[in-house]
Design a binder for this molecule. Structure first.
Ligand code: DO4
Ligand code: MG
Length: 285
């Protein structure tokens, strides 16, 4: 089951349930005030199944604006979870190369803070490349949706925008390479009711369009993520409380060649086969 937040023609924010490729049911008409209320409910999946049987107002997707599903959740990210990411980062950096090698093999995964909920960019909104960076890439990432009880309850799509020259210059610059205005896009669809083995059959990919032409595309299998989802959730939630729940980007396995950098007005499309597509234009910040 695929959920979304959307703005209707009256400008009201509502919760939707996908009926088919063109239509959503307006769950807010049935008393669902937020996606978080479904994520927090122990019987959330059953509640959505029950709601799906009722006859709520249907809305055409073409008539609404899809929003990010992030409500009050902080967004965090895991890194170097795919072999491709480890290799690319070892190449971009001189004296930090060993750190990527070590963290790929280590018991403790790399996990870093990515975005306050209020700074997350939704579908159609511009993601940022830093004015002081010359080498920028999107990172298409499966995103785990975790409730306040530290349970993995859903999946969505994330883009971990990254400045590779800043990160490559010195690992201590990682927060500047990763956290800035519009550096994190999430959404629009949030899938509940599937388990890890089903999700591992999905693919994640990215396509970058410049003036009508595809200038990069790549795809990998979610099953290439080295660590289990439970491992990532446990590490993130160790000694941390998330009163509103939290979202965790799971790392990238698709990295453009080293001569590629994003440009203003490029359009990035991140697609996860079991979820849908997150599309954002690029702007300088
Ligand atoms: O260690 C740097 C960041 C890694 C990352 O964002 C990724 O592997 O996706
Ligand atoms: Mg990443």
């Amino acid at each position: 089951m695929k959920l979304c937040r959307f703005k209707n023609v009256e400008g009201e924010v509502r919760v939707g349930l996908a009926i088919d490729d063109d239509t959503i049911a307006d769950l807010t008409a049935g008393g669902v005030e937020s996606i978080t209320s479904l994520l927090e409910d122990v019987g959330g999946v059953q509640r959505i199944c029950d709601l799906a049987k009722q006859d709520f107002p249907k809305v055409m997707l073409a008539d609404v604006t899809l929003l990010t599903p992030v409500e009050g959740q902080e967004v965090w990210a895991a890194g170097v979870t795919y072999l491709r990411s480890k290799k690319a980062r070892m190449e971009e950096s001189d004296f930090s190369a060993n750190a990527y090698d070590l963290v790929y093999e280590a018991e403790r995964p790399e996990i870093f803070f990515k975005s306050l909920p209020s700074k997350v960019v939704g579908p159609g909104e511009a993601v940022g490349i830093r004015e002081d960076s010359k080498w920028n890439v999107p990172e298409p990432e499966l995103t785990l949706v975790i409730n306040s009880a530290k349970e993995l309850v859903g999946y969505t799509i994330g883009n971990d925008m990254s400045s590779r020259d800043i990160e490559g210059e010195n690992l201590l610059y990682l927060p500047q390479a990763k956290v800035y205005d519009a550096s994190c896009a999430v959404g629009p669809w949030l899938v509940m009711g599937v388990n890890e083995s089903e999700v591992r059959e999905w693919t994640v990919g990215v396509e970058i369009n410049r003036e009508g032409e595809t200038v990069f595309s790549g795809e990998t299998s979610i099953d290439n993520i080295k660590r289990t989802f439970d491992e990532l959730v446990d590490s993130l939630c160790q000694s941390q409380t998330f009163l509103q729940g939290v979202m965790l980007l799971t790392g990238t396995g698709v990295v453009p060649d080293d001569d590629f950098t994003l440009a203003v007005d490029d359009v990035i499309r991140v697609t996860i086969s079991g979820i849908g597509t997150l599309e954002n234009p690029v702007a300088t910040v």
